[in-house]
Design a protein around this ligand. Structure first.
Ligand code: IPM
Ligand code: MG
Length: 373
């Protein structure tokens, strides 16, 4: 039996709907395998801004800090017209959690299931054998400067000599690159032992340093083959020969963009889970934050339309990486596979001829399936 404390941050838009299904799955796992999960809930994003004036309160942050893992739903952008450069913004919750908890490695596995090849925008013959994992750097790069204006690392719209100008800073220290590249090589050891490091070294200084660090880390892993790939070429190869990739490591913004692209190999952005990990340990593994890669999709919120698979698979990653429950994680993944294999699909991955179900029924079917194992 394992005991664990999990903080759930459903967030905005479809976040609460998909997180509810992931939570049913976690509760079913606890019941079936006699684990004791204590669940706390907190507000983040638009919801927190409305209720508490900040994207995440110190109290919610502390609750997360006292947990073994965080299950995160989604947070929204402010509607167009209400966007602003000052005052609280919903994404700040995510940036604070990622930065202050040191979640520098964001794992995003992409493994289209054979029964769903037809849902992808690629022809099935291109998908065969595709099984890759992105290791996206998550706590530095262009995204930061955003939390507060760090001197020398500006991210702002300001008055310049020629009128209004805007600046973002892309800064990486050697250590920030090295720790995430090391994580990628370590992950590769348990897979096909191939790392693709993605950068823009023909243009960016940060990428030149990135390559140097990759060389150094690679030298310590002689059993892992590696290559450098420019980000534009990678964008192309992801949809030309996706099965060639094993582990892809890249900086924050490139990883953000490429993983949305890669999600289409599985048919929908609603399918992909993620795990964000740092160095803090838990009794069963590492402290982490788990979230589907999709956003809050306000246009379909509250209509029982969202695909909960990304959130449910994120719960599986939570079981594996933070709680050390690899067997339970695999059973959740198999249950999802079985349900989609039986032809139950949310509308985003129904290419025709399937039984279309809502968010809740999809979750219920995964739970039912789990209970049969
Ligand atoms: C993601 C999301 C976030 C990001 C947004 C919500 C700020 O797109 O997790 O991929 O850009 O990191
Ligand atoms: Mg993204």
């Amino acid at each position: 039996m394992s005991e664990a404390t999990i903080t759930v941050l459903p967030g905005d838009g479809v976040g609460p709907e998909v997180t509810a299904q992931a939570l049913h799955v976690l509760r079913a796992v606890a019941e079936q395998f006699h684990h004791d999960f204590t669940i706390h809930e907190g507000r983040v994003g638009l919801d927190a801004i409305a209720a508490e004036g900040v994207a995440i309160s110190d109290e919610t942050f502390e609750t997360c800090a006292r947990s073994d893992a965080i299950l995160f739903g989604a947070i929204g952008s402010l509607p167009a017209g209400q966007r602003r450069t000052t005052g609280p913004r919903p994404e700040q919750a995510l940036f604070r959690l990622r930065k202050e908890f040191g979640f520098y490695a964001n794992l995003r596995p992409v493994r289209p299931s054979a029964s769903m090849y037809a849902a992808s925008s690629l022809k099935p013959e291109y998908l065969k054998g595709t099984d890759m994992i992105f290791v996206r750097e998550l706590s530095a790069g262009l995204y930061y400067g955003r939390l507060e204006s760090v001197p020398g690392k500006p991210s702002e719209i300001r008055r310049g000599p020629e009128g209004t100008e805007a600046i973002d800073t892309l800064l990486y220290t050697e250590e920030e690159i090295e720790r995430v590249v090391r994580a990628a090589f370590e992950i590769a050891l348990d897979r096909e032992r191939k790392v693709t490091s993605v950068d823009k070294a023909n243009v960016l200084s940060s990428s030149v340093l990135w390559r140097e660090v990759v060389e150094r880390v690679a030298a310590k892993h002689p059993t892992v083959t590696y290559e450098h790939m420019l980000v534009d070429a990678c964008a192309m190869r992801l949809i030309r020969t996706p099965s060639e990739f094993d582990v892809i490591v890249t900086e924050n913004l490139f990883g953000d963009i490429l993983t949305d692209e890669a999600s289409m190999l599985t048919g929908s952005i609603g399918m992909l889970p993620s795990a964000s990990l740092g160095t803090r340990r838990t009794p069963g593994g590492k402290f982490g934050l788990y979230e589907p890669i999709h956003g809050s999709a306000p246009d379909i919120a509250g209509q029982d339309l969202a695909n909960p698979v990304g959130a449910i698979l994120s719960a599986a990653l939570l079981l594996r990486h933070s709680l050390g429950l690899g067997r339970e994680a695999a059973l959740v993944e198999e249950a999802v596979e079985a349900v989609v294999g039986e032809g139950y699909r949310t509308v985003d991955v129904n290419e025709g001829g399937h039984t279309v179900v809502g968010t809740r029924e999809m979750g219920r079917r995964v739970v039912d399936r789990l209970r049969q194992t």
